[in-house]
Write a protein of this length. Structure first.
Length: 344
């Protein structure tokens, strides 16, 4: 009978322990959520591991790493105040900590260094368990009788600083939707035209889908569909068709390219001004005038202004496309202004 009770207790304790998990297990789940771009889940899990009772199982290096991941996750969640508060906490806890540049992109490391430079780093008092034992001093003499209390003085209440918002539990994976209007100026060797249209994108975890369409004078029509994959938070791969049609004096021309490219995003001024650079090459090219196929490549550089907690953003981009068909070359220059809305 006693043996059965012991076995039953072990069977009940095993799933409970697996469900709770140690601090290292919870930290591993948080890092995995961050790498999968699930920043809401990563932030919630990191706040859990930094709170008792799991926090007591972390050593100093693990606690500093958890704070670094939490600050980066809050930054990508669009919570700049929470990210700054976490990085201030990291500086106070470990003044010599440096985010790993192989894990965190420049915009995160620059934000951390900006927070660190704005603070006055003071000497950290050693923990009680590291202070050498010493002989206690003799007890002090009894204190004199206390003086009469002073008259009451009116004082203003001081409001404690607001703590960063914590999630009540692990939230569902967020989907980011972007809708924007655009105006683009296109210049080729034969025409110069302006077109207006829209672009929209949907991102779920590491995958995204982007659609773009614009039309204008001289029968100018441009459209594209791209499937995106984000191995990191600052670099993405994309592939899909791109169509451009216009009517010069020689007749209507239609260019269809299947593009494969990569795009890198980087911070220029804090987290509100970002730049990007993109290069692509055509896997296939089809042209109706002159008819045939050929090769094409191109690139784009641009800058984006994000209005902080507001979901609005503005972008300016300049692109160059080069194509070669049957010995003839074609260059297309584009200048695009975009204003959009982003929702999670």
């Amino acid at each position: 009978m006693r043996l059965r009770l012991v076995v039953l207790a072990l069977l009940l304790a095993t799933p409970l322990r697996a469900q709770t998990g140690s601090a290292s297990d919870v930290m591993a789940r948080a890092e995995r959520a961050y790498r999968d771009l699930e920043f809401d889940a990563a932030a919630s899990t990191l706040r859990r591991v930094l709170a008792p009772p799991l926090a007591t199982q972390l050593d100093d290096s693990a606690r500093a790493r958890a704070l670094t991941y939490l600050g980066a996750a809050e930054h990508y969640r669009g919570q700049p105040d929470s990210a700054i508060a976490v990085f201030r906490r990291l500086v106070e806890f470990a003044p010599d900590a440096q985010p790993d540049t192989l894990v965190f992109p420049p915009e995160v490391t620059e934000l951390y260094h900006a927070v660190r430079s704005s603070m006055t780093v003071v000497a950290v008092r050693p923990r009680p368990d590291t202070v050498p034992a010493r002989t206690p001093p003799p007890p002090p003499p009894p204190p004199p009788p206390p003086p009469p209390p002073p008259p009451p003085v009116a004082t203003a209440s001081v409001q404690a600083p607001r703590r960063a918002q914590t999630e009540p539990g692990t939230p569902a994976t967020s989907v980011t939707v972007t809708v924007a209007g655009l105006i683009t100026s296109i210049r080729t060797g034969s025409i110069t035209g302006t077109a207006a249209g829209f672009e929209s994108s949907v991102q779920f975890r590491r995958f995204g889908l982007a659609v773009r369409y614009a039309e204008g004078g001289r029968d100018l029509v441009e459209g594209s569909v791209a499937l995106r994959f984000m191995p990191t938070s600052w670099f993405s791969l994309q592939a899909g068709p791109h169509v451009r049609r216009y009517t010069p004096l020689s007749g209507a021309e239609r260019w269809v390219t299947w593009r494969l490219g990569g795009r890198g995003d980087f911070a220029l001024v804090g987290s509100s001004v970002r730049g990007h650079a993109m290069l692509w090459r055509a896997l296939a090219l089809a042209v109706n005038l002159p008819p045939g196929s050929g090769s094409a490549s191109g690139g784009e550089v641009g800058v984006t202004l994000d209005l902080g907690p507001r979901p609005f953003w503005f972008a300016l981009a300049y692109g160059i496309d080069q194509a070669q068909v049957k010995g003839s070359r074609s260059n297309v220059n584009t200048l695009t202004v975009t204003a959009g809305l982003r929702r999670r």
